[in-house]
Write a protein that binds this ligand. Structure first.
Ligand SMILES: [Zn+2]
Length: 74
C-alpha cells in the first residue's frame, strides 16, 4: 500500500506507475490520467447545419438581446 501525493488515498502498489528504478511514482494512475486529460485540448466541434438554422431562426425571431422572457406560448 502507498499514499498518493495528489489525492491522498491509500492504494495498492499496482495503482501506481513504476518509475523504472524499482520505485513507484508518487501520484496514482487515476491522478496521472486526470492530469493528462486536462492537458489535452478538446476536439473541435463540427458545424451542424440544422443547429445553425435553429440558432439563426431563434435569433431572428427573438433577437440576440430581448427584454421579454422566452416563455412558451400558452
Ligand atoms: Zn491519486
Amino acid at each position: 500500500m502507498k499514499t498518493c501525493t495528489s489525492c491522498c488515498r491509500r492504494l495498492p502498489l499496482a495503482r501506481f506507475q513504476s518509475a523504472g528504478n524499482g520505485k513507484h511514482k508518487p501520484t496514482c494512475l487515476t491522478c496521472i490520467n486526470d492530469q493528462r486529460r486536462l492537458r489535452s485540448p478538446l476536439a473541435p466541434i463540427r458545424k451542424d447545419p440544422v443547429q445553425v438554422h435553429i440558432n439563426n431562426a431563434v435569433h431572428l425571431w427573438h433577437g440576440p438581446v430581448t427584454r421579454t422572457a422566452l416563455t412558451p406560448a400558452v
